[in-house]
Design a protein around this ligand. Structure first.
Ligand SMILES: Nc1nc2c(ncn2[C@H]2C[C@H](O)[C@@H](COP(=O)(O)OP(=O)(O)OP(=O)(O)O)O2)c(=O)[nH]1
Length: 208
């Protein structure tokens, strides 16, 4: 039987990562209310938030009829900076305030992963599942105000957890990454390999 892998994410970065890693997949976006999930768990740490939301997204898609018989991977990225959990800034003023503080400093990007194996799922069951968080510490170069304004004006940081990318324009401001760089982009392919192994699937089985 051909293995089907579904990415439960709207993130263009994640599907690009899988495609460039040669991993065949389709995309089904969940409609998870992320604020409701985190509120239901009190005030989880940034690490736990990433895992909780990855799990919620994967389980929501795995419950859909079209997911039956497939492997479903959900992800969520949270940037931990000075004890705060930063998602996407969305607005220029929020990005400006955050990037000014991040300049010359460092923070940790946590990406949660949750894999649901629906191949053995009985009616109403949830299938077997396994998850892991991959974290990487990101060290930033000092940015001057003109660079910050120009970066925000591109729009790139507004829809990225942590208000930066390492593989886009933001790469100009990254001094180093301690950890899996793919975890910063949004999906650690080596973590996916480990989750697939737990489901007795080799990464080579999903190579296209
Ligand atoms: N290309 C790139 N994207 C990044 C980087 N850091 C963060 N991002 C993006 C990837 C994700 O699209 C986004 C993280 O937000 P979420 O984890 O909430 O995922 P998103 O809302 O995009 O989609 P989803 O909730 O999974 O449907 O930030 C980076 O270094 N490079």
């Amino acid at each position: 039987m051909t293995l089907r892998l579904i990415l439960a994410s709207a993130s263009p970065a994640r599907t690009k990562l899988l495609t460039e890693a040669g991993i065949a997949h389709t995309v089904t976006v969940s409609d998870v209310d992320e604020d409701a999930v985190t509120a239901a768990h009190g005030s989880p740490s940034p690490y736990d938030t990433a895992q909780l939301l990855a799990r919620a997204k994967a389980e929501a898609v795995a419950a859909l009829p079209e997911a039956r018989g497939a492997l479903v991977i959900g992800c969520d990225s949270v940037f931990e900076f000075e004890g705060e959990a930063h998602g996407k800034p969305y607005e220029a003023q929020v990005a400006r305030e955050r990037i000014k503080r991040m300049s010359g400093s460092s923070g940790t990007l946590h990406t949660g992963h949750w894999l649901v194996d629906t191949r053995e799922m009985n009616d109403g069951g949830s299938g077997t599942a396994v998850g892991a968080v991959a974290s990487a510490e990101v060290h930033f170069m000092p940015l001057d105000d003109a660079e910050i304004e120009a970066y925000i004006a591109t729009g790139e940081p507004l829809n990225c957890a942590g208000s930066f990318t390492i593989d886009g324009r933001g790469g100009a401001f990254i001094r180093k990454v301690d950890g899996d760089p793919h975890a910063v982009v949004g999906l650690s392919v080596s973590t996916l390999r480990e989750l697939l192994r737990a489901a007795e699937v080799s990464i080579t089985d999903v190579w296209q």
